[in-house]
Design a protein around this ligand. Sequence first.
Ligand SMILES: [Zn+2]
Length: 430
Amino acid sequence: MNMKALTSPPITEAVTELKGVAVSLFAQLANGRLPGAGITRDTYGAGETRGHDVVVNYARQLGLEIAKDAAANTYMTLPGRNRDAPKIIVGSHLDSVPNGGNYDGAAGVVAGLLAVSVFKKLGIRPACDITVMAIRAEESIWFQVSYIGSRAALGMLPIGALDAKRFDTGRPLSAYVAECGGDPRAIEKGIAALDPKKIRSFIELHIEQAPTLVEAGQPIAVGTCIPGNFRYPHIRIHGRHDHVGMPRRFRHDAVAAGSELISAMDRLWAERDARGISMAITVGRCMTDPSAHGLTIVPGKLELSLDVRAYDPLELASLEADIVEVAKQVEERYRVRIEFGTRAEAPIGPCSPKICDGLADAAAKLGIAFDRIVSPASHDAAAFAQAGVPIGMIFVRNENGSHNPQEHMEITDLLDGTAVMAEWLRKELS
Ligand SMILES: [Zn+2]
């Protein structure tokens, strides 16, 4: 239940008055959607760029300073009293998965703009700059590279990432960055738009991508940690195509082996789940070879993707060792060869305990019910944490998960999260 204070503080009132603006911004962001197919703001494509145009238009109305960097990220800044002091950045990403929802990412950019709008309304000039950052390319599905925009801004994008091909067109990331007005050569040289030493903190509001807040009946939560992960986008199981009459002892059945591998990994998760360890294992893609598979053929090839995430580096290492061991057993039992292929990883992003406490104090002061939860998903904030910037996260209740057209957030819940952000900023920067 949302327990509002009897007399609303000025921040609450100012945020509540912005409800119409929030509704309008999300309506504009949803424009151009494909009928019945959810929202597609394609990374470094027309969809994402349209999103940047929408937020820039509102930022102009607020009189914010607008800037872009070599990765075509957008910065919208409310100048502070001391322009040389390390700034606070709030924001999130504006891209989406194909046929996703309207709130994953965009909610954080809208919340940042609304929080800054509250400062304007209340005539508060912050002690340092507050920059709302609309980040490019967070969704790794497009280029199979995570945190492209944030890591490029921090000069931390891995060498070779610009050669990554977009999954639907096969064209390289460098071409897309250039088309969006960015400078791939500057990114390649590691020229950073942001100096971590000049960032006081990074705050990201994001919809929760699990139903725990819906289950708990809480509108928002303070995030405590973003999971790290390791990923194998293309694990290949090599067996042998055979006639379906082939007796079991002669088979090299890639699907049977793959299904045993997946079940064994699920048992590894179940064991840890029973011990209260937060983590997740996902096989998002799993397919036989369409040029050779068939009703009467023992499958000789299977390709699958693997995403493993957890909140403790030792746990991640132990999981990976266990999965490699399980794969060896499957190879022997099913007479197949398992090739893990390319590997990617993202570090764990612990939130700053001081910021967590500050956000919790802000929520308590405003009478907004909240929980403290770990994030189920990866977020740009983790890239800032890796660069040494203290980070904070606010999660907003969201029904139906995310990365799907049914994703749903109540605007009043977003306004609660925005109020907490604005109150925390006010206390930090008055
Ligand atoms: Zn997101």
